[in-house]
Design a protein around this ligand. Structure first.
Ligand code: GLY
Ligand code: MN
Ligand code: MN
Length: 444
């Protein structure tokens, strides 16, 4: 199984600590567990920032970094070993495991944090933490600070500055290392195999959830614990609902089906969309719209590379989509004027992509100093233009209505341009029709 190596977590902690001002402490909580209903919890997913610095997979943990601390810079508070609880809920690293397996210099039981952490904060000038993102944790931190304040007469000194940690950390996360790209390549490969399997399985008379089941089969077979986000399997006009989640409608002869799904490997996301005909053959109208979206997708890659700015790929997709819609008569007028007026937004209402990484909509600024960010090697993003013709759009002839198409790939910026991670799933009309025809022949 491809995973982030332990050495990389140590490298990340060191890189973060090098950016902290002198005499600082950084504090990050693990993600909480959430109750789904009564005794059932949602599947646990570690907080991405916490995971990024630790690889520690348990809840009820707090990570502390104190650059220059003599007795160790990396401290982990975590659950104690507990044979009774472990019998029911699974193994815990405990404090020995935190040191032995996760590289902590020091580890303490999470139940002792109120006694120990104020002493670690005391005397530090600055506290780095993600202010305001976890109200319960904000509250705890204020209590720890007040514990220090209450000892002011004994000479205890609370910190003077509270600094947002997320900004530093999120900028680090934007630049993917070789190890991260390896994991993302694998997440993309498994996600691509899942899309191929769904295309092969598609038949009129099945339901959207049948295809979702095919996706999940491949995800799990590839070692993914879960999808990176709720899979969208949207047949026919459902594809015009951008975040469609029901996945329970029938697949009908003559309709398209849009699948937006990707798996998560070691907390890194794949994010792929393909749109294909339920029965394996595009109608002339479906094909006409599809070719525009595909051209926009392919054109965008040419605008991704070092030195190009974030918005260039989006602007390229807007040009291709607007001129394509004009050629089909779905938009009328001068292409430049239509772009200026944003006329395409009736059909293409989202952006061409987003950063991709541990979070499917990953962290990192899109603008720096008010200007679109200039792309650099290691930044990863999606390319996902689409055209959605609302079923009730009476401005267009009926034959176009209810068609929703998106084509989404994942890329990482390289020295020469970009590497497409999701090439394992076909996307030209000919490739898709051939793949689906072969699957039918095999089944016959
Ligand atoms: N699946 C969410 C997105 O494509 O942005
Ligand atoms: Mn997507
Ligand atoms: Mn996406």
């Amino acid at each position: 199984m491809i995973r982030i190596p332990k050495s990389e977590y140590a490298r990340r902690r060191k890189a973060l600590m090098e950016q902290l001002e002198p005499n600082s402490i950084a504090i990050l909580p693990a993600a909480p567990t959430y109750i789904r209903n009564r005794d059932v919890e949602h599947v646990y997913r570690q907080d991405s920032d916490f995971q990024y610095l630790s690889g520690f997979p348990e809840p009820e943990a707090v990570l502390v970094l104190i650059p220059g601390r003599e007795h160790g810079e990396y401290i982990l508070f975590c659950r104690e070993r507990d044979p009774e609880r472990e019998l029911w809920d699974g193994l815990r690293a405990g404090q020995d495991g935190a040191i032995r397996d996760f590289g902590a210099d020091d580890a303490f039981p999470i139940g002792d944090i109120d006694e120990i952490l104020p002493g670690l904060i005391e005397g530090r000038e600055r506290v780095y933490y993600a202010i305001g993102t976890n109200p319960e944790f904000d509250h705890h931190l204020m209590e720890w600070i007040n514990t220090i304040r209450s000892k002011a007469r004994q000479g205890a000194q609370p910190p003077n500055e509270y600094v947002a940690l997320d900004h530093l950390l999120h900028d680090m996360r934007l630049y993917k290392s070789a190890a991260e790209i390896k994991v993302m390549r694998y997440a993309a490969e498994v996600s691509a195999a899942a899309h191929v399997r769904a295309m092969q399985a598609s038949r009129a008379g099945l339901f959207e959830y049948h295809l979702e089941a095919e996706l999940e089969y491949e995800f799990r077979k590839g070692g993914a614990k879960m999808p990176a986000y709720g899979s969208i399997v949207a047949a026919g006009r459902n594809a015009c609902i951008l975040h469609y989640r029901e996945n329970d409608a029938a697949l009908r002869e003559g309709d398209l089906v849009l699948i937006d799904a990707g798996c998560e490997i070691d907390c890194y996301a794949g994010d792929i969309t393909r749109t294909f005909p339920v029965s394996g053959r595009f109608s002339p109208e479906q094909r006409a719209i599809y070719e525009i979206v595909l051209e926009a997708n392919m054109e965008a890659f040419k605008h991704i590379g070092p030195g190009k700015h974030w918005n260039e790929a989006h602007e390229a997709t807007v040009r291709v989509i607007t001129s394509g819609l004009v050629k089909l008569g779905l938009l009328k007028g001068d292409v430049e004027a239509l772009i200026e007026a944003g006329a395409y937004k009736a059909f293409y209402m989202h952006r061409a992509g987003h950063w991709l990484g541990m979070d499917v909509h990953d962290v990192g600024d899109y603008k720096v100093g008010g200007e679109w960010r200039v792309l650099e090697v290691g930044m990863a993003m999606t390319v996902e233009p689409g055209i959605y013709i609302a079923p009730d759009n009476t401005d267009v002839p009926k034959k176009w209505r209810g068609i929703g198409i998106r084509v989404e790939d994942d890329v990482v910026v390289t020295r020469k341009g970009c590497e497409i991670l999701t090439g394992g799933v076909p996307k030209t009309v000919e490739e898709i029709e051939a793949l689906m025809a072969a699957a039918r022949t095999d089944a016959a």
